[in-house]
Design a protein around this ligand. Sequence first.
Ligand code: DGY
Length: 315
Amino acid sequence: MQAELPRVLSAGGLTPTIHELLANRVELLPWEAAQGAAADSVAGIFSYGHDPVDELLLARLSNLRVISNHGVGVDHIDVEAARRRGIPVGNTPAILDAAVADMAMALLLAAARRLAEGDRFARTSGATEFDPSALHGRDVHGATLGIVGLGNIGYQIARRARGFDMRIVYHNRNRREAVERELAAEYLSLDDLLATADFLVLICPLSDSTRGLIGRRELAQMKPTATLVNIARGGVVDTGALTAALQERSIYAAALDVTDPEPLPADHPLLALDNVTLTPHLGSATVETRRRMAELAVDNLLAGLAGEEMKCRVV
Ligand code: DGY
């Protein structure tokens, strides 16, 4: 007879790879099971999308032993509540840094060179001949890249930007002097960064201190030729203020992998603007990176269920 498998709560939509990795090791329960009689039997949470793991949920799961997050950002998890209850929280840092940095550059280039607009136009009957006046964008080479959040992903973005002959300026909680030396990066206050950057890339975690970090006042300090790239979390930017800045063209463009709300409702004014490039939270979405994330998240989950140390633990 097969021993009972530990029960794990997870939102739907897991990839076949994850199902394969979890097969015969855990019994998956749907998210709604936390509301019913099965709540007491839940030993683990496999956090896949961004369903909130809050105090209320944790209070229902009296036998919870581990939370494993498939992803690096844990702003949807009440990490402090988990810590208070002695429940370890795992995540998947480092292995996705390069993929997210690639995506940041893809967004930056797409916005600068009006890639999405060009793609849309090339499919229309209006695209009959080469038009030298069509869709002029902005130079990336030689431009100044401002990075908000010079952690591991920010560093990877800076390295790539050097390959595009960009000047690097950054703002971070702490100065990164080794990176400054390696990449000739300059530390600036946020206000100076806003006024200096031709491309402002946001890659800081969402926390109480970064929520709404880029609002009306900050956008007003940016150059009219500047582009904002958000690959962090939608909540770092005040969406209303950004929409107004793009409508008034007080900044040049935005490229957003993340939004607040996410996804945007179909009638959101941002969707009507041609100076916005949007992707649906694809930062780490490559076959190879998502496979590594799946493996690490499952590894963390199984370690936590077995009472062993996880490879990557937030608390
Ligand atoms: C991450 O890894 O934080 C991604 O944004 C998915 O949550």
